[in-house]
Design a protein around this ligand. Structure first.
Ligand code: GTP
Ligand code: SPV
Ligand code: MN
Length: 611
């Protein structure tokens, strides 16, 4: 058994409540050694990981790792929100009683670290000194060194973040045990994995994974699930799966900040890193603040403010290339400290590759291994079509490495929010952009956000998998209360942001091509929105919001067929009326939904009928 006190003393960890917490879990897990982590330990931990083979070099100052092949994404079915009050049970949060889950997880974790090291990772999910700092501190205990390395990139890590808390008890207890990954029955009826947030006790207990949001507990478990609960319980803020970006108009010197909710793998990282399209010259500059999470609160001046609680990017690799996202590619240059997970790897040349990095995979397959470590050269005829990289393969890199990161990204004051946008993958119906001035209609639009069902079994044709505000997998309390909390926070702002719904993913019904070029060109839709907010353009009013006229949208340098433009800048009334029926069923599942939301729904439905 580890000598906990000696390890904590040596690291200067003085917060007595944190010390008790570490001692308790050292006892439960039977950890042999305790190691308190600081961000400055990165180089040493990297060297140890390379030595042990958990990380492989991917060129100078970059690394490659593979996760267990049945452990490659978040598992929504195994994710649970537990509290002591059944009123928190919602449609999506897999609510369970707190006592039951704590007992179960404690039994799963018991004795799991015998002979192993327990890393103690104190972290902060906020710029230091922010008005929401008391919700941001946490201490992750983990048995996995690569998880520590990811946490160092994704969060601010060090004992200073938890030693001097104004309330020394105000830290999240986040316990992670990977477990015996090959023997956890992933995806079978005997699945052993549990990813539990005991929200009203600010305790996170994750067992059975070492990947992404399942294991980096500062990120999603604390940064979204726990914090959205805290925001609701305190009545003070929203925590959302949102990107945050700034647009500077160099000609006028004005700067606008946009937050946006898009479901997982629907383009947040890409939009936040977008550079202005070449065709628009260098008039506009997009600054990156965050690509996955924003905390939003009403400031004393009546504006809404936001910051990104994270310190890094855990971005989807697929289709990242010089044309789609040069910013992302440059943020993972040599010596960026980037860690690639589950992409393809060539141990001889130390190169990495993923689908869409280049049009075709490397022609000479010698040395190349797929994400599982199998040699590409050994593939049978049947296997030749399989992807080299896992579709959810990712790169992890600190925000400071992102070339267009905003100079004030770490500013405790946050930035004022001018616009709130929602967007999903929708192959028809949703135009390029539709703006909404009314707050209740904007919140209603977020609640009815969805993305296409990906498998036939997921839904009826044309019916979305609804994902309110892109928070479906991260919802921590009942949806009706969530809607009311949104209205309350937005109600406190005297300077309201404009809302908008965007869609980069409309497709041709025949050949399936994307009607809009997407990626860097998406900025054009945002520029129109900013102009609308400033009153410089009027747009055309439709029953579902204001959409740009052809003349207002800057299409310079684009070559979009007339028929495609017509589709993305118009409203298909019949299709929308069908959608209203689906929405009605969707919203009816949330008992006690605020009347303002129903009124917004009825207004939109009536406008469509009258149109
Ligand atoms: P999470 O990290 O899972 O929350 O995802 P995300 O919302 O940040 O998604 P991301 O930006 O990583 O994009 C996911 C996938 O969508 C990538 O493969 C992108 O290449 C693709 N994508 C992003 N933006 C666009 C776009 O404008 N058009 C098209 N066609 N594809 C896009
Ligand atoms: C997502 O799935 O939306 C992510 C990746 O951002 S993870 O951190 O694994 O949840
Ligand atoms: Mn995400």
């Amino acid at each position: 058994m580890a000598n906990v006190d000696a390890a904590l003393d040596a690291a200067g960890l003085t917060n007595p409540h944190v010390r008790d917490y570490v001692a308790y879990w050292a006892e439960v897990t039977g950890a042999e050694r305790i190691e308190v982590v600081d961000a400055s330990d990165d180089a040493r931990l990297i060297a140890e990981s390379v030595e042990a083979g958990d990380l492989l070099p991917a060129g100078e100052g970059r690394y490659y790792s593979r996760s267990y092949h049945k452990d490659t994404a978040r598992s929504e079915e195994r994710t649970i929100v537990a509290t002591n009050d059944e009123a928190h049970k919602g449609l999506y949060n897999n609510w369970r009683p707190a006592a039951e889950m704590k007992e179960l997880l404690t039994s799963k974790m018991r004795g799991q670290l015998v002979g192993k090291t327990m890393y103690v990772v104190p972290y902060l999910m906020a710029p230091q000194g922010s008005p929401l700092e008391r919700f941001a501190a946490g201490v992750e205990l983990t048995d996995t060194r690569t998880v520590v390395l990811h946490m160092i990139r994704m969060a601010r890590v060090g004992v200073s973040y938890i030693n001097d808390l104004a309330d020394p008890t105000s830290f999240v207890k986040a316990v992670h045990v990977a477990g015996d990954l090959p023997n956890l029955g992933q995806g079978t009826p005997d699945d052993q994995r549990y990813f539990v947030t005991v929200a009203d006790e600010r305790t996170i207990l994750h067992y059975g994974s070492s990947y992404g949001g399942n294991a980096l507990l500062g990120k999603i478990a604390h940064g979204l699930r726990q914090s959205s609960f805290d925001g609701f319980a305190s009545g003070e803020f929203l925590s959302e799966q949102f990107l945050l970006l700034g647009i500077t108009d160099k000609q006028t010197g004005e700067k606008y900040h946009v937050v946006g909710g898009f479901p997982s793998a629907s383009g947040k990282t890409n939009l936040a890193m977008t550079l202005a399209p070449d065709a628009l010259g260098d008039r506009y500059y997009v600054e990156f603040y965050g690509d996955d999470i924003a905390w939003i609160w009403p400031g004393e001046d009546g504006k809404l403010y936001a910051f990104n609680p994270e310190n890094g990017v855990f971005g989807v690799a697929k289709d990242t290339n010089e044309a789609t996202n040069p910013t992302a590619l440059h943020s993972i240059d040599e010596n960026s400290g980037a860690i690639f997970t589950n992409v393809a790897y060539n141990p001889t040349t130390q190169e990495v590759w993923w689908e869409g990095k280049t049009k075709n995979p490397p022609a000479d397959v010698t040395g190349w291994e797929d994400w599982k470590g199998d040699k590409i050269a050994d593939r049978s005829e049947d296997e030749k079509g399989l992807p080299w990289a896992h579709p959810n393969s990712r790169f992890t890199v600190a925000l400071s490495q992102v070339p267009n990161v905003a100079p004030d990204y770490d500013d405790a004051a946050g930035v004022p929010v001018d616009a709130i946008i929602f967007g999903g993958r929708t192959r028809d119906r949703e135009p390029l952009v539709r703006a909404i001035h009314d707050v209740a209609e904007g919140v209603y639009d977020g609640l009815t956000l969805g993305a296409e069902a990906t498998f036939a079994a997921d839904g009826l044709d044309g019916q979305l998998r609804y994902d309110p505000m892109s928070m479906r997998p991260f919802m921590s309390y009942a949806e009706a209360d969530y809607a009311a909390h949104w209205l309350k926070i937005l109600g406190q702002a005297t300077e309201k942001p404009i809302f908008a719904h965007v869609n980069w993913f409309q497709r041709d019904a025949e050949d399936g091509h994307f009607l809009w070029p997407g990626y860097r060109e998406n900025l054009r839709a945002l520029l129109w929105l900013v102009q609308l907010k400033k009153g410089e353009v009027k747009g055309q009013t439709t029953p579902v919001g204001i959409i740009p006229t052809r003349e207002e949208l800057n299409l310079e340098g684009l070559d979009i067929p007339e028929a495609d433009l017509e589709r993305i800048l118009s409203i298909d009334n019949t299709r929308w009326q069908q959608e209203i029926g689906f929405r009605e069923e969707h919203l009816q599942q949330f008992s006690g939904l605020p009347e303002e939301i129903w009124e917004a729904h009825r207004r939109v439905a009536a406008a469509l009928e009258a149109d």
